[in-house]
Design a protein around this ligand. Structure first.
Ligand SMILES: C[S@@+](CC[C@H](N)C(=O)[O-])C[C@H]1O[C@@H](n2cnc3c(N)ncnc32)[C@H](O)[C@@H]1O
Length: 295
C-alpha cells in the first residue's frame, strides 16, 4: 500500500504470490479482498478463467473500480464482507483452486481524507470499509464506556498507554475529527521516537469498527472448505494480531498428522524485499503466508 500521486493501490508481494500460488490456466480464483484488482489482474491473466472466478470486497468504491477494470469479462463481483460472501459460496457448494486474502485497507482508504482512516489529515471519524455499515469510529469513540475503550486499545492496538488514552478520550468527548483523536494520543505520549503515537489507537479503532479479527477468525475455516484438493490459500497480513490468527490456523491445520488438511510450502512468512519497499513503503509491515490443501 503506497502513497502515490495517482492514489492507486500497488499490489503487495505480487511476485511472491505468483511464485507460491503458481496460477495455471483454467483454475478458479477467489479473491476475498479484491480491492483495486492488482493481484486479481495478475492471477487472472494466467488462469484466464473469468467465469469460474469471484472477486469480493466490502467497499463500494473498490467494486466500482473492479467493474471498470474487468468490464469485458463475466467475472462475478460481490459487494459484501468476505465472511458473509464466503459463507454464501460454501452454501452453494462452490470450490476454488486459488484463494487470496490481502487484508486491511487500501491506499485510497488511507489517502481519502473523508474516509477517516488517516491521522495525518483532518477528517471525520468514519473508518468504515463498507459505507453502508451503521457503526462508525465516531460511535465507537463517543458511545463506548471508558473501560471498553481501554480494553479495545489494549487488545486491538497493543497500546501500552491504553488506560490513559481511554481516560482522556472520555474526558474530552465528543471527539469529532481524526486530528482531535490523534492529538489525544500525542498528549498522552508526549515524546515518541519511532511510529506516530496515534498509530496504535487508529489501528485499534479501525479493527473494532470493521470487526477485522472476528471476520478473519471465522473466515479461515470457510476458506479451507472452499479450496479444492491441491488448492492454494495465500494470506497477506499487515500487523501482528492478524498474522497470529493466520499462523495459528495454518499451523493447526498442517503438520505430520495423517489427517492434516494443509501443507505449508513455506514455514516462515515472506516479507517484502528492499526493492519493493523503495517503490511501495506501505508494504513494510506485510507478511505473506501460503498453505496448500492436501489431496
Ligand atoms: C489491501 S486492499 C486489497 C488490494 C488488492 N489485493 C489489490 O491488489 O488491489 C484490502 C481490501 O480488502 C477489503 N476488505 C478488508 N476487509 C474485508 C472484509 N472483511 N471483507 C471484504 N473486503 C474486505 C478492503 O475494502 C480493501 O479494498
Amino acid at each position: 500500500m503506497h502513497q502515490n500521486p495517482h492514489n492507486k493501490h500497488i499490489p503487495v508481494l505480487l511476485a511472491e504470490i505468483l511464485e507460491y500460488v503458481d496460477p495455471k490456466e483454467g483454475e478458479r480464483y477467489l479473491d476475498v479482498t479484491a480491492g483495486y484488482g492488482g493481484h486479481a489482474e495478475a492471477i487472472l491473466s494466467r488462469t484466464k478463467n473469468y467465469t469460474g472466478s469471484v472477486l469480493v470486497d466490502r467497499d463500494a468504491e473498490a467494486i466500482k473500480e473492479l467493474s471498470r477494470k474487468f468490464k469485458q469479462s463475466n467475472i462475478v463481483l460481490v459487494h459484501q464482507d468476505y465472511l458473509g460472501a464466503c459463507s454464501e459460496l460454501l452454501k452453494n457448494n462452490q470450490q476454488f483452486d486459488i484463494i487470496v486474502a490481502d487484508l486491511g485497507v487500501s491506499s485510497p482508504h488511507l489517502n481519502e481524507v473523508n474516509r477517516g482512516f488517516s491521522f495525518i489529515d483532518d477528517g471525520p471519524l468514519d473508518m468504515r470499509m463498507d459505507q453502508n455499515q451503521e457503526i462508525t469510529a465516531w460511535d465507537v469513540l463517543n458511545k463506548s464506556s471508558e473501560a471498553d475503550l481501554a480494553d479495545l486499545l489494549w487488545h486491538y492496538g497493543e497500546e501500552p498507554k491504553a488506560r490513559q488514552i481511554a481516560r482522556l478520550i472520555a474526558k474530552e468527548r465528543p471527539i469529532n475529527t481524526t486530528t482531535e483523536l490523534a492529538a489525544i494520543a500525542k498528549q498522552v505520549w508526549r515524546s515518541y521516537s519511532r511510529s506516530h503515537p496515534a498509530t496504535r489507537t487508529f489501528q485499534a479503532i479501525r479493527i473494532a469498527v470493521n470487526d477485522e479479527l472476528g471476520q478473519l477468525e471465522k473466515a479461515l475455516p470457510i476458506w479451507l472448505k472452499l479450496l479444492s484438493p491441491g488448492g492454494r490459500l495465500a494470506v497477506i497480513s499487515f500487523h501482528s494480531l492478524e498474522d497470529r490468527v493466520v499462523k495459528k490456523f495454518m499451523v493447526g491445520e498442517s503438520g505430520d498428522r495423517y489427517d492434516a488438511s494443509l501443507r505449508l510450502p513455506i514455514k516462515h512468512p515472506l516479507l517484502p524485499g528492499p526493492l519493493e519497499l523503495v517503490h511501495n513503503p506501505r508494504a513494510r509491515s506485510a507478511k505473506l503466508r501460503v498453505a496448500v490443501k492436501q489431496k
